[in-house]
Ligand binder design. Structure first.
Ligand SMILES: C[S@@+](CC[C@H](N)C(=O)[O-])C[C@H]1O[C@@H](n2cnc3c(N)ncnc32)[C@H](O)[C@@H]1O
Length: 255
């Protein structure tokens, strides 16, 4: 019955484990235990209405840490871990790093926790998202500084590295997204406008940073090359599905 409604049966196990405080393995081994079904029913009815499991649970895992998430922020995706790995490997010692589009804070906090020599600032246009990111920073005792800004508008100075998983889905494609994403995740985290590159174009300001590491969408590398005046593509990293997902850009003429 659950499967027919499009819900993975494993979701039931996960929610049952959450409401009982027991692991799925314990529950499997103790099938005779009786529980009060009302708490599970209310969570399952949200899931059956298409709400993502991560919002129902109020948490997800990213780069080995648990992050609080709700409908104010994008659910961190596994492929974004590739961006964090690239930044960890490439950031010079004690570098000033700017993360554009904090969301849950998953990129900035992971980077700062893994590389505590870095001076990491993270900005978002959404004050609601910044509240979630700050909460996660406190949980992880992270020193990331958060600020509200429309790309660089409220941010002065230069950085050694800019990282971003920006909204990059063209508006027409956004309308075709599955309801679980379209109807629940923040639209401003997903689409910047008709071209899909509107925020990317503003991030690629060569006066601000010699290196930019960006997550991009399926088939977007050609569009990125078109708008990347001032930068050259230094490296492209594919995700597990073989999709060009993370791009390292170097300012032209940089040795
Ligand atoms: C794709 S989400 C990424 C969130 C998080 N970094 C992650 O990887 O899960 C993009 C984020 O960029 C923010 N954003 C969208 N337009 C922006 C702008 N013009 N300036 C700053 N942040 C923006 C959104 O509010 C959203 O939190």
């Amino acid at each position: 019955m659950v499967r027919a409604a499009g819900v993975n049966p494993r979701d039931v196990d996960v929610l049952l484990a959450d409401v009982t405080g027991r692991s799925p393995a314990w529950l499997f081994a103790h099938g005779e235990e009786r529980i009060d079904p009302s708490a599970l029913e209310s969570l399952m009815s949200r899931r059956l209405r298409g709400e993502p499991l991560q919002y129902i649970r109020g948490k997800t895992e990213f780069f080995g840490r648990e992050f609080f998430v709700d409908e104010r922020v994008l659910i961190p995706r596994p492929e974004t871990e590739l961006l964090v790995e690239a930044a960890i490997a490439r950031a010079p010692r004690a570098a000033r790093v700017l993360d554009i589009g904090s969301g849950s804070g998953c990129i900035a906090i992971s980077l700062e926790r893994e590389r505590q020599d870095l001076d990491v600032t993270s900005i978002d246009i959404s004050v609601a998202a910044l509240a979630v990111a700050s909460h996660n920073a406190r949980t992880h005792q992270s020193r990331v500084r958060f600020a509200a800004s429309d790309v660089f508008d409220a941010i002065r100075g230069q950085f050694d590295l800019v990282v971003s998983n920006p909204p990059y889905i063209p508006a027409a494609d956004y309308e075709q997204l599955e309801p679980e994403v379209h109807d629940h995740e923040p639209p401003g985290a997903l689409t910047p406008g008709p071209r899909g590159t509107e925020v990317i174009e503003r991030i690629l300001d060569a006066r601000r940073s010699p290196v930019v590491i960006l997550e991009i969408g399926f088939g977007q590398l050609a569009d990125l090359r078109q708008v990347a005046a001032g930068y050259e593509v230094a490296e492209v990293i594919n995700d597990l599905a073989g999709i060009e997902r993370v791009v390292v850009l170097s300012r032209h003429g940089r040795k």
